[in-house]
Design a protein around this ligand. Structure first.
Ligand SMILES: [Zn+2]
Length: 351
């Protein structure tokens, strides 16, 4: 078994079909709708089994990406928090500066009022003191200049305060957003970890499928129609085992084993075969009594597309063939069980 090659093909297959649990679902028609739920469950379990390794590889790769993302987002959040703390400090400084400038303006306005009052008082003095009036006027002019300068300064300080408030607001939003982002990524990491912890194994899913394979046969047989079959590399099988059978052919081929076979056949053909294969009669004699073992019509799993007579290189499988050896080692992974009396006959129950 070339494990590495198989792994690569598994991942490629999963990349195409991951998320869909009905890989062989054809366009739903009336006939397809009659396929029992147990058969669909079987197909789903086999699909999960055959993609379990690829699913796990994808989950692990996703986890690595999400953890790297979480690290980056956490670092971004730390940066955003630092920036926010800096912006708040700056805002406090600017606000204090603005308050001081405002107080200075108030003081300049009071000084101007005082200077104007002094000028008014001086102007009413008798006798008139022109020198004192001129001094008082200069004092008013000087106080006005100071007041105007401080007014201008207050406008600047107000603009700085608006800007600092805006930056503080933006950095606060950035912190909120970055923390939300950390939360989401952290939840995604946890979800992936849970999926990894609870993911089923290939063997586990195949074992589950095996437990319902007899029910599949029992429930498919009464409602089966030819429309429930499909061709896999020229072999006609039930749609619900098509994915597994195709994977079996592909993986065997990758191991150097060419497999093919005869799958579905009609009841009419089964009746013909009973004669061709030298059975004592068509309807009652056991399969083992025929020259070539052939099931009684109505009982063969070939008639519902759930059995394949496997060939390799155009030859029917024998117990000594390499293909039989490969099938014995691996067929169960694809849900196929051998009928001990016929080396070539493989079905989902071994019947
Ligand atoms: Zn057969």
């Amino acid at each position: 078994m070339k494990k590495r090659n198989r792994g690569i093909r598994l991942i490629a297959a999963a990349a195409l079909t991951l998320g869909s649990l009905a890989p062989v679902a054809a366009a739903p028609g009336a006939a397809q709708a009659a396929v029992p739920g147990v058969a669909k469950n079987y197909a789903s379990l086999m699909y999960r089994s055959l993609t379990a390794d690829a699913t796990m590889a994808n989950l692990r790769a996703t986890l690595v990406k999400q953890q790297a993302d979480l690290k980056k987002r956490s670092a971004d959040a730390t940066k955003a928090q630092k920036a926010s703390v800096g912006a708040q400090k700056k805002l406090a400084t600017v606000a204090a500066g603005h308050a001081a400038v405002f107080e200075k303006l108030k003081s300049a306005e009071r000084a101007l009022t005082d200077a104007k009052n002094a000028l008014a008082r001086q102007s009413k003095q008798k006798p008139r003191n022109n020198a004192a009036i001129a001094r008082a006027k200069r004092a008013v002019t000087a106080a006005t200049t100071v007041r105007d300068a401080r007014r201008t300064r207050l406008h600047q300080a107000a603009a700085e305060l608006r800007s600092a408030k805006k930056i503080a607001g933006v950095t606060t939003s950035a912190v909120v957003n970055s923390l939300a982002s950390v939360g989401q990524t952290s939840a995604a990491v946890e979800q992936t970890q849970n999926r990894i912890a609870t993911a089923g194994t290939a063997a586990g899913y195949a074992a589950q499928a095996a437990t319902i394979s007899r029910s599949v046969v029992d429930e498919v047989r009464p409602v089966f129609t030819v429309a429930d079959t499909t061709s896999v590399y020229g072999t006609t099988v039930h749609k619900n085992i098509a994915y597994a059978f195709k994977r079996l052919i592909d993986d065997a081929k990758a191991d150097g084993i060419a497999l093919s076979g005869g799958g579905f056949r009609t009841k009419e053909r089964q009746i013909e075969l009973r004669t061709i294969n030298g059975c004592p009669d068509v309807w009652t004699a056991p399969a083992s009594s025929c020259r070539v073992p052939t099931a009684i019509p109505g009982r063969s799993l070939h008639e519902i597309g759930l059995a394949v007579d496997v060939t390799s290189g155009g030859r029917t499988l024998t117990r000594k063939s390499k293909a039989f050896e490969w099938m014995t080692a691996h067929a169960a992974e694809y849900g196929f069980v051998n009928l001990p009396s016929e080396a070539w006959h493989w079905s989902i129950t071994g019947g």
